[in-house]
Design a protein around this ligand. Structure first.
Ligand code: PBG
Length: 331
C-alpha cells in the first residue's frame, strides 16, 4: 500500500493541524484579534496652506499643513482609525524650544481645526522640545547636556498649551524625570483634570527613530539622547520607569519602539495591568517599506504580522504609520 494514502501511519492523538485546516477553523481559534479601534495615527503638522510633502525616508507619510491635516484625519476616520498623535514643525526654532507652547503654532492650530471638523476624533499630542529647539535636543541645554528641571518647566507650558487648544490626551516623549507629575499638577490647577496623560514611559535610545528625525526635522545637532532615553539592554529598569510614571499620574503607559521590545510590552502589561500603548516607530515602518519596494517582503502580510505581534505581546493601543492601511485591510 502507498504510505501517502494510508489512513495514518503513526499513532497520534494530538494533531495540531486539525485546527489549521480551513480559514473558518483558523479564525475560530485565533487568539489575537487586531482591530482598527486600537490604532493611533501619527501626523506631522507644518506651517502653510495646501502643503502635503512626502517624507523621503517614510513613503506614504507626509508633512501636512493644518488644512491638509484635517483632510487626512477625515480620511483616517473613514478608514476606521479613532485618533491621531500630533507632531509639529514650527516656523522658527530657538534655544529654549519656545515655539512648542505658541498658541498659534501648527500643532495648536491643528488641534482646534481637527476638533472643529471632527469632534469625536481622539486628539493626542506629543509633548517634547526636540522639534522646537535650534540644537535639536529634547530640552534646555546647560553645558551641552539637557537640564532636567528647566526642561520640565518648558514641557509643562507645552502640555498646558495643548490642553488649552483642546487636546484630549497629552503624551510627553522627552524622558525627563518628574515630568508626568509636573504636567498632572499644572493641568489640574487649570481645570484640566479630565485631560489624560499618555506617558512615553519606557522609551529607549533607539536607532529606529532615524526616519522620524527627517520627518520632524528634529535630529540633534551634536551628541545623542543617551543621557535621558533608556539603554536598550534594560528591562527591569523599564518597569521602574513605568511604575514612577503611574505614581505621578500617567493614565496610559507606552513602550517605544515596539517590535524590538515585545518582551518589555509583555512585562509592563502583566505587571501593572494598565492601558498600555506601543509605538511602532518610523524605522520599523521604513524598513518594511524599503524591503517591500525591493520585492523582498510581502508588505501587507508583514504589516499585519508586525501589528499582530505587538498586540499579542500585550499592547492595547498601537501607534503606527500603517494605521490607515491596516484599518482598511481589517475591513
Ligand atoms: C520626540 C519623539 C521622537 C519620536 C517620537 N517622539 C524622536 C526621538 O526621541 O528622537 C520617534 C517616533 C518615531 O521614530 O516614529 N522626542
Amino acid at each position: 500500500m502507498n504510505p501517502v494514502q494510508a489512513a495514518h501511519t503513526i499513532e497520534l492523538v494530538r494533531r495540531a493541524r486539525r485546527l489549521r485546516r480551513s480559514p473558518g477553523i483558523r479564525s475560530l481559534v485565533r487568539e489575537t484579534r487586531l482591530s482598527a479601534e486600537q490604532f493611533l495615527y501619527p501626523l506631522f503638522v507644518c506651517p502653510g496652506k495646501g502643503v502635503r510633502r512626502e517624507v523621503p525616508s517614510m513613503p506614504g507619510v507626509y508633512q501636512l499643513s493644518v488644512d491638509e491635516a484635517v483632510r487626512e484625519v477625515e480620511a483616517a476616520r473613514a478608514d476606521g482609525v479613532p485618533g491621531v498623535l500630533l507632531f509639529g514643525l514650527p516656523e522658527h526654532k530657538d534655544e529654549m524650544g519656545s515655539g512648542a507652547y505658541d498658541a498659534e503654532a501648527p500643532v495648536q492650530a491643528a488641534i482646534r481645526s481637527i476638533k472643529r471638523a471632527s469632534p469625536d476624533t481622539v486628539v493626542v499630542t506629543d509633548v517634547c522640545l526636540c522639534e522646537y529647539t535650534s540644537h535639536g535636543h529634547c530640552g534646555v541645554l546647560v553645558d551641552r547636556d539637557v537640564a532636567n528641571d528647566a526642561t520640565v518647566e518648558q514641557l509643562v507650558r507645552t502640555a498646558v498649551s495643548h490642553a488649552n487648544a483642546g487636546a484630549d490626551i497629552v503624551a510627553p516623549s522627552d524622558m525627563m524625570d518628574g515630568r508626568v507629575g509636573a504636567i498632572r499638577k499644572a493641568l489640574d490647577e487649570r481645570g484640566f483634570e479630565g485631560i489624560a496623560i499618555m506617558s512615553y514611559a519606557a522609551k529607549y535610545c533607539s536607532a529606529f527613530y532615524g526616519p522620524f528625525r527627517e520627518a520632524a526635522d528634529s535630529a540633534p545637532a551634536f551628541g545623542d539622547r543617551r543621557t535621558h532615553q533608556m539603554d536598550p539592554a534594560n528591562a527591569d529598569e523599564a518597569l521602574r520607569e513605568v511604575e514612577q510614571d503611574i505614581e505621578e499620574g500617567a493614565d496610559i503607559v507606552m513602550v517605544k519602539p515596539a517590535m524590538p521590545y515585545l518582551d518589555v510590552i509583555r512585562r509592563v502589561k502583566d505587571t501593572f495591568g494598565y492601558p498600555t500603548a506601543a509605538y511602532q516607530v518610523s524605522g520599523e515602518y521604513s524598513m518594511m517599506k524599503a524591503a517591500a519596494a525591493r520585492g523582498w517582503l510581502d508588505e501587507p502580510r508583514a504589516m499585519m504580522e508586525s501589528l499582530t505581534a505587538i498586540s499579542r505581546a500585550g499592547a492595547d493601543i498601537i501607534i503606527t504609520y500603517y494605521a490607515r492601511e491596516a484599518a482598511r485591510a481589517l475591513k
